[in-house]
Design a protein around this ligand. Structure first.
Ligand SMILES: NC(=O)c1ccc[n+]([C@@H]2O[C@H](COP(=O)([O-])OP(=O)(O)OC[C@H]3O[C@@H](n4cnc5c(N)ncnc54)[C@H](O)[C@@H]3O)[C@@H](O)[C@H]2O)c1
Ligand SMILES: O=C[C@H](O)CS(=O)(=O)O
Length: 482
């Protein structure tokens, strides 16, 4: 049973123009706990009409919000940050109940989400323009940055708070207003963030959250000329669809899409550090992160020692409901997600892979973390994003071979490399076709750094200074002074 210190954080209505609303026709959708399939509650099933009203509310709030100074907007963002931390336990409990991740990870995600509000509270005050030396004495050339305007955000279930904060933070700091559609599986985290935005004093209409029919809401967002930017985090397939839908109104877009991360271990790597890194890069959120190690390449000389140590560590992982203290691997988001991982596991075994540990299905959504040796590029786990606790080991001989294998994918989000050779670290950092590279490090995400991918892993960057640029327009002013 989910009990919160502050029960009012558990909202079952949508925030539109400062009002908490139900669907016009009263329809609702169940929210379930992936650990046991129990119903947590119900949230409104909004459609196009309600979404259009949310867009209108964001448009109505825009002039006053963009007229505030960046410092004033930053003060409110900082308050939102403080409220997330003040309610971290309740927000973590809500997240674990609806998403399944272990409580310790959920607490960490709330801190991660809050960091984007803190970071962009200050970045908004540094959206500098330019004064350009004019070629004519009677002209002055200026460049100023202005907010894009009304933004729409569509976010995934795997990081239900941080993926919202990584968008709402820069949007609000830049002077934009926003309409957010969270994933159907994880609405409570989004609605709790909206509740805390109100408590922080963020004005009505600046932040709006709509739950309901994804296609209908997405259509309203992408078709509306009032929406000047769409920021999406989710699968590459849905990203492509939304990109197409945004073309008719030429919206600015940010796309944070799928991944297929290579994790490369050379003979000269520090074995224990590599094991620590792969455990972090592979099994965080039960392997359901876009930057998870999807393919683990191990050089022949260290392969057997690495495989034995990895199997040993994986066997120790505690699997169970995320709400139980000490659990390290929770359930997958639903039975279909677990089915997909089992299919990839069975495919690998059918094609010659050797199961070293795990792979046991426990009920609908639990799967004990698995390690497979003898993986090959002919297996589904080579080309497809696994999004689950399956670690396939690919043996390789030399640098040229592993770079070619690592880059043989349409994805390009994150990559990892373990070596103590400085020259090789540089060569791999430059040769790997990915937006982010971890060298002797299995976790790269932080608000100070630009997160994002190349190829079909996305467009744009989130976090860092780059993250606010996506919410700004550049205006050039040519002024005659005669
Ligand atoms: N690059 C990143 O930063 C990042 C972060 C997290 C997740 N992801 C990716 O997201 C995927 C897993 O998340 P998911 O299962 O929620 O992805 P998904 O693409 O199925 O859904 C993402 C969001 O899009 C919505 N959606 C789905 N179809 C839609 C449509 N036709 N119109 C409008 N909205 C629609 C969903 O309701 C959800 O809110 C993985 O591929 C993962 O790699 C990427
Ligand atoms: O899955 C997507 C997240 O962006 C992963 S991380 O928490 O930013 O590493």
């Amino acid at each position: 049973m989910l009990t919160l210190k502050d029960a009012t954080l558990r909202r079952e209505a949508c925030l539109v123009g400062g009002e908490w609303i139900a669907a016009d026709d009263g329809r609702v959708d169940d929210v379930t706990n992936p650990a046991d399939g129990s119903r947590l509650g119900r949230v409104p099933r909004l459609g196009e009409a309600e979404t259009r009203r949310a867009i209108d509310a964001a448009e109505a709030a825009l002039p006053a919000w963009r007229a505030r100074s960046a410092k004033e907007r930053g003060t409110l963002l900082r308050r939102w940050h403080d409220l997330l931390l003040a309610h971290q336990e309740d927000l973590a409990a809500l997240m674990t109940a609806e998403q399944g991740k272990p409580l310790a990870e959920a607490r960490g995600e709330i801190g991660f989400a809050a960091s984007f509000f803190e970071w962009f509270a200050e970045e908004g005050r540094r959206t500098y323009g330019d004064v350009i030396p004019s070629p004519q004495g009677d002209r002055r050339l200026l460049v100023v940055k202005q907010p894009v305007g009304v933004c729409a955000a569509i976010t995934p279930w795997n990081f239900p708070a941080a993926m919202i904060a990584r968008k709402a933070g820069p949007a609000l700091a830049a002077g934009c207003t926003i309409v957010i559609k969270p994933a159907a599986q994880t609405p409570y985290s989004a609605l709790a963030l909206a509740e805390l935005a109100q408590r922080a004093g963020i004005p009505a209409g600046v932040v709006n959250v709509v739950t309901g029919e994804a296609r209908a809401i997405g259509r309203a967002m992408t078709e509306s000329p009032k929406v000047r930017k769409l920021t999406f985090t989710g699968s590459t397939g849905v990203g492509k669809l939304l990109l197409r839908q945004c073309a008719d109104t030429v919206k600015k877009v940010s796309m944070e899409l799928g991944g297929n991360a290579p994790f490369i271990v050379f003979d000269d790597a520090d074995l224990e550090k590599a094991i620590e890194g792969v455990m972090q890069a592979k099994f965080r959120n039960a392997g359901q992160t876009c930057v998870c190690a999807n393919r683990i390449f191990v050089q022949a000389g260290i392969h057997d020692a690495f495989a034995a140590r990895l199997a040993e560590e994986v066997a120790r992982l505690r699997v169970g409901p995320g709400a139980e203290e000490g659990i390290q691997v929770g359930p997958l988001i639903d039975a279909a997600a677990a089915d997909k991982v089992v299919e990839q596991l069975d495919d690998a075994l059918a094609k010659g892979g050797e199961l070293l540990v795990g792979g046991e299905r426990r009920g609908a959504t639990f799967l004990t973390p698995a390690v497979i040796a003898g993986a090959t590029p002919q297996m589904a786990c080579f080309g497809e994003e696994t999004f689950g606790p399956l670690a396939p080991l690919f043996r390789f001989e030399d640098e040229a071979e592993v770079v070619a294998l690592a880059n043989a994918t349409e994805y390009g989000l994150a990559a990892y490399c373990y070596t103590r050779d400085l020259g090789r670290a540089w060569r791999l950092s430059e040769a790997l076709e990915y937006g982010m590279v971890g060298i002797n490090n299995g976790h790269v995400s932080t608000c100070e750094a630009p997160f994002g991918g190349v190829k079909q892993s996305g467009l744009g960057r989130e976090g860092a200074h780059q993250g606010i640029e996506d919410y700004l327009e550049t205006k050039y002013i040519n002024m005659a002074i005669d």
